[in-house]
Design a protein around this ligand. Structure first.
Ligand code: PLP
Length: 347
């Protein structure tokens, strides 16, 4: 693998992180509409929420243009990535994905005995779909795509990905993680959920943690063929881990288009501010279609983490291709000003 993440030493003093730019959260959430829904529904929290969840599933299915049988819910999409990996790789096999990519599914697959076929991204950091298709062999149980990708923030062309998923899913299931897709609106990419509606063996994961601003409220879902979901739910039930209140928050946030539009607008403005300052300082970032930006730095990752955390700022540090990189999430404009100021003091 070409990526290694750095962490602060366990025994290092831990200054309080007040500016949290490490986990690609939405600084504006949860929307007020969702907060109100949580407060109101908390009174009924003595009950299991199965019926309320079926209502949410119907609403999601309608939005995605699929049926309720195509939807499985989870407390965040992490739960669905991990359950898919547990069930599909319990008898071994291999998973094909880009390198770098988001590692949750791959790590769980590896931990139950699968091998990882890591296919380097292209020079523009998009998926090398040709090489990924060529890497599929008789032991491949799943192809995992993260679009837009994390930790790069790069996108893969929607049309090329649609062709790829449509063709490759005839051989092996394709899992497409669309955690950041709503933030890439208007860019040359698109959701793969239409393929599920066409009966293709494609799984699409989405989350309320990013555009909806509810990372701590924990709601996500997956759209897939009913047979695929049955296979997973025979072992581990979907939706069981979601709190009553979270179901109502999810439903309210789906209707709150004003909040989603505001998030996109503020995110774009703060990202542009960050990138124009990185330009001025000579940092060569990867163009981002998400709420984070990654760029090579001129000091070891651990040193950057130490210096940033001493200023109360949390970011992530990676080695990619043996060079140190910083990944910073897009916070509010004020937070980005703080980060830019801190970076200026370091260089
Ligand atoms: N997929 C990607 C690409 C992510 O970056 C994240 C979180 O950062 C997740 C999935 C998991 O998010 P959640 O479990 O909050 O839905």
């Amino acid at each position: 693998p070409m990526v290694r993440e750095h962490f602060l030493e366990n025994n290092a003093p831990k200054p309080k992180i007040v500016t949290k730019l490490s986990s690609n959260e939405n600084p504006y959430g949860p929307p007020k509409s969702a907060q109100d829904a949580i407060a109101e529904s908390a009174k009924r929290g003595n009950r299991y929420a199965w019926q309320e969840m079926y209502d949410l599933v119907d609403k999601i299915a309608k939005k995605e243009g699929v049926t309720a049988e195509n939807i499985m819910m989870g407390p965040g999409s992490s739960d669905l990535l991990e359950k898919t990996a547990l069930v599909l790789f319990k008898d071994g096999g291999n998973v094909v994905s880009a390198d770098p990519c988001y590692m949750s599914l791959v790590n769980v697959a590896k931990s139950v005995g699968a091998t990882w076929k890591a296919i380097p991204c292209k020079s523009d950091w998009s998926h090398d779909l040709k090489a990924m298709e060529a890497a599929i062999d008789k032991d491949t149980k799943l192809v995992y795509i993260c679009n837009p990708n994390n930790p790069t923030g790069a996108i893969t062309s929607g049309k090329e990905l649609l062709d790829f998923c449509s063709r490759v899913s005839e051989k092996v299931p394709v899992f497409v993680d669309e955690a950041y897709l709503e933030l890439a609106e208007g860019a040359d990419t698109q959701s793969m959920v239409s393929l599920v509606a066409q009966g293709k063996n494609v799984m699409v994961a989405r989350t309320f943690s990013k555009i909806m601003g509810m990372a701590g409220i924990r709601v996500g879902y997956m759209a897939a063929l009913p047979a695929t979901l049955e296979k997973i739910q025979k072992i581990t039930r979907g939706g069981m881990g979601i709190a009553y209140t979270s179901i109502f928050a999810a439903s309210a946030s789906m209707d709150d288009h004003a909040f989603q539009d505001m998030t996109r607008k503020q995110n774009t403005e703060a990202r542009q501010y960050l990138c124009s300052n990185l330009d001025k300082m000579g940092y060569q970032y990867i163009p981002s279609y998400t709420n984070f930006v990654i760029f090579p730095i001129n000091m070891p990752g651990k040193e950057l983490l130490g210096k940033m955390s001493a200023k109360g700022i949390g970011v992530k540090a990676y080695d990619i291709l043996n060079k140190p990189w910083c990944r910073v999430s897009i916070g509010t404009m004020d937070e980005m000003k703080q980060f830019v100021g801190a970076l200026q003091e370091l260089s």
